[in-house]
Write a protein that binds this ligand. Sequence first.
Ligand code: CTP
Length: 691
Amino acid sequence: MLKGKKIVLGVTGSIAAYKSALLVRLLVKEGAEVQVVMTPAAKEFITPLTMATLSGRPVLCDFFDTNSGNWHSHVELGLWGDAMIIAPATAATLGKMANGVADNLLVTTYLSMKAPVFIAPAMDLDMYSHPSTQRNIDILRGYGNNMIEPASGELASHLCGKGRMEEPENIVARIKDFFFSGRLLTGKKVLITAGPTYEKIDPVRFIGNYSSGKMGFAIAQECASQGADVTLVAGPVSIATPHPSIKRINVESAQQMYNTATEAFPQCDTAILCAAVADYRPSSVAEKKIKRTGEGMTIELEANPDIAASLGKIKRDDQRLVGFALETNDGENNAREKLAKKNLDFIVLNSLTDKGAGFAVDTNKVTIIDKEGETRYPLKSKSEVARDIVKHLSKLLLVLLFILLPVSLDAQELNAVVNLNTSKIQGTNTEVFESLKDALSEFINNRKWTTYNYEDYERVSCNFTFIVDEYSDAGEFSVTLMVQSTRPVYGSSYNSPLFMYEDKVRFNYQSHDRLEFNEDNLDNNLTAVIAFYAYLILGLDMDAMGEMGGSDLLTKAQNIANNAQNLSDTGWRAGSGNSNRFSIIDDYMNGALEPIRQLMYRYHRLGLDTMYKNADAGRKVITETFALLNEAYANRPLAYFTKLFTEYKQDEFVNIYFKKGTSEEKQSVVKILSEINPSLSTSWDKILKDR
Ligand code: CTP
């Protein structure tokens, strides 16, 4: 996955330096070229020899090579790297980096680095929480560096708390995430409102609220780190915004915030409205300080404009609007009401009653609510919450890009998670399993299965889980294979199940065998099975994307099934039960799946995708598609997909009709579903009874 990526790994003097050895190994295993740079103190914890051996390159520590007199150019390293990781980063190094104290090769390399920098701090909990460390971290974050926050747990001092360097596997995952998804908001313009507003009563007094602006500023920071140009309209708060891509406009009152935001919004792709805007302002502002009279007094208030609702009214189809709801009671209902009333794409709910959430604290606990449903997140730091929100947003924006700009790049099509479960067998031979798992992942993900051009984000997500039932030292495997795939519903974060299948497969594999696949000459049962499912998944996904798309891929799957009948695995043979791969193809060959093919397209593309924008219209299309399901069933009652479609989508069906739709609609749908799959009557009952 990181093939050809050049990574500079900076190691500093912390006990966690031993973990950098594993980090190098993992990066190299992913195909990256790693150049290790160590501080003098790091050498006390791990030897340069270890790091050089693992990375396959001499380690750099000093400005000069004392033997040859060669100068180690930090400038060249800064240009060479595609990314720099500093792991572990000690408090001292964080301080030097934040303040430009360039007294070792690692810090000079950092200062020369043109590529993104990832920093994984490691230290004792008190050092980590010390304001000076936190200030340095904020500064470094502000410069656009990516912080990989330490985890909580037992530390070298035997104390427990936050300060443990993140595990190498997770660091590699962050790096892969970065390279794989690129920066999430590159080229986007984002408007953010943050902080409180002050509504003047007289020259020295105002009506305000407790908002600290921390959440909004964290979002601005995250958007900027993800490549966006940010316009931050900030109420009166005292937080700095050092990131160069944040343009900050300070305002005081709701009216000023409204004026600035409405002017900026048309030039933006998105607005995220985090500000705690005062709903009312004094009807008149006293010119002079109001004097105490000893009597009670009344201030007359008038309504402020609702910024979110105003932007919701002028929002174009290519723009997205995100709001916040801070509630003390009945949070979800209130948030949903605001979502609809203000025409938001999603709303972030935080509840003042949740411990650690709300004003002034550094943590937050949120639920993201959109028309589809809600996602609850645990208590996290505000910068992590910001990352979740930006991820959610980026999905919506990618969908827009997909609809508006179907540009094509040469990306592979499948994005498969491969699991190999060996818990059923005794005497595990880890090397062969590890090698098989890597080989499978490489084979499925890096092979170009189609001639279509996919963008990275269009890759079809799927899971291949291999449960090893039997294994012999001669390399004979017998596995249960579970294949699953989902399809995103455009415009939402919801993934709809597309494909689910369980199969038994036998094959031979020895450590480091190459997995070969040749369509015309099938001699390997394992790769034939994978190719079969790959084509099936992609074929069905393409079906969902276009009226006739994907048929050529389904034909390929069919050819494999035909050609594979001579392979030793009986699962290929027709008639060996209804649960073998051949039965799927058998259905195809008998024409029973043509209605299912159409159904997939209509159901997903015209039904679910529309539902997101217009729930009633989308649901109507879906109700109509059940007629196709009925037709498929009438033609061939045993067709595998007819039954499976009802099974893997049962929850979805229940959700679609939950408290929605007319009773005739529900009854017609339930009649068909009950006939096809009576065993799922509990679910179908739920549709009728809205439970
Ligand atoms: N908002 C806004 N302008 C306002 C009030 C609110 O832009 N004058 C935005 C907030 O930034 C937030 C969302 O609307 O994103 C919801 O804010 P909230 O104060 O919870 O909503 P109100 O409509 O003011 O409802 P409430 O009666 O609960 O105060």
